[in-house]
Design a protein around this ligand. Sequence first.
Ligand code: ADP
Length: 463
Amino acid sequence: MAKVGGLADVVGALPKYQTNAGHQVRVIVPCYDTKFKKENDFECVHWGNVQLGNFNFPFKVLKETTNKLGYELYLIEIEELFGKPNVYGYEDDIERFLSFQIATLDWITVRGEAPTIINCHDHHTGLIPFMIKYGYKYESLRNIRTVITIHNGLYQGCIGFDKLHYLPEFDLIHVGFLEWNHSLNSLAVGVKCAHAATTVSPGYLNEINISANGLEDLFKSVRSKSKGILNGIDFEVWDSHNDPMIDKKYSDKTFKAGKQKNKERLCEQFQLDPAKPLFSFIGRLFEEKGGDLLPQASALALSENFENINILILGSGNTEIEKQLIQLRNEHKGNYNVFIGYNEELAHLIYAGSDFILMPSRVEPCGLNQMYALRYGTVPIVRRTGGLRDTVIDFGDNGNGICHDQASVEDMCYSINRAVKLYDDKINFSKIIKKGMATDHSWERVCQEYIEIYNLIIEKNEI
Ligand code: ADP
C-alpha cells in the first residue's frame, strides 16, 4: 500500500505470518494516494468525523475486498489530510497522524468487536495507548492491551502543547504522561503507556539506553517491559529462486551463473563493467544511513583500486548528498553510477546482481538490506551498529560478511579493499555467499516472539 523503508516491510509481512499461525490480524493504515489504492478495490465499512480542536475532518474506513495480502487491510481515508502521494514530510503531519489515530479508535469503539491487542508502530501511532487508557470516550476500549514497536527512535513526533486541545478529552491528572522535554512527545507517550515496547533488534534495544535523541532515560526506565525482536524477512517476496522482478532466478546451487546474469543486466543498464566486482548501496540518503560518506568513500575506493571496481547507488534524501553523488558520475564514467529515486524493482535487481552491499550506517535499528542481500548471495559490508551487529559477522571470524567499527570514509574503504581481495579468492568468496544464503531470518520464527509478548501482557492483565 505504501512504503518508505523497513517499517512497511514489517507491517506488510508480520501480520501475514501471524494470520498463518492462527490469529485474526487486521492492519489499519492511513489512505495515502498511492498506486495500490488506485489499482485495488475497497468497500466502505464505516464513516465518521474526526474532531481536532475546532477542525472537523470527515473520514471513511475502507476495507480491501480480496484479502490478497494475507490479512484484512483497512484504510482510514481522510481525503483532506492524506490525499497526497507521500507518507510523511508535509506541514500538517501533526494533524494528519493525530487524526489517523483518533479516527481509528473512534471506529473501533463503534465496531462492536474490539481487538485484544493493538500493536502500534513508531511515533505516528504513539498516542493510541494513552487515549485508550485515559480518553473519556474510549472507556469501552480500556481492556485492550497495547504494544509499541520502535522502528526508529530518532523520530519522535513532537507536538507543541498549544495543540493539546486536539486530543480527545481526558482527565488532566494524567497530563504528565504526555510530556517529555517540555513537549508532547508521541513516541515517549507510546513507550510510557503501552503495556510492552519492542525494538526491531536486540542490539538496538541496548543502544537506545545510551543514545536515543533525548529518550535514553525513558528507555532505561521501561527496560523490564521491553524486548528487542529482530525483524524477519518475507521469503515470499524476497526469494531469488522465485522473484518476478529479477532477470535470472537462482538458488544456492545455481547462484554463480544466476547472479552473473543479473549483474550483466544491471551493468548494461548503468554502463558498468560486469567483469569487475559490483558494490551497491540501497537506501535513504541521510547521515543516519552514512549517506554523507558515500560520495567521498566511492571516489577514494575507485581511485585506490585503480577503477577496478564498480559502484552503484540507489536512493534519495538529502539534496546535497544527491548532488554530490550525481556529480561523481562525470568523474568515474564506466565504474560508477547512481539512480536518485525510489524503485522497488531496481532494488530487487540490485540485491540479485551485486557482489557486495554497502551499509555504512551510523544508526540502524534493524536494517533489512543486509538480510535481503544475504538471502540473494550478496555479501554485506556493514558498520557494526544496531541490527547490523546482530546479523552480520565478519568473515575473519568465520562469518557471513565484512564489518568495520567507525562510520568513516577510511573504514569504508578499508572494508571495500578487503572485499576486493575476497572477490579474487573465488573458493572462499563462494563459501561466504553460501553461508549467507543459508541464514534463516524467516518471519515464521520471529512472529512467535511477538505472540509471546502479546500472551505475556494478556496474562498480566494490568490496565
Ligand atoms: P529504513 O527503514 O531505515 O529505511 P531498512 O533497511 O529497515 O531501512 O529498510 C529499507 C527498505 O527500503 C528495504 O526494503 C530497501 O530495499 C527499501 N529501500 C530503501 N530505499 C529504497 C529505494 N530508493 N528504492 C527501493 N527500495 C528502497
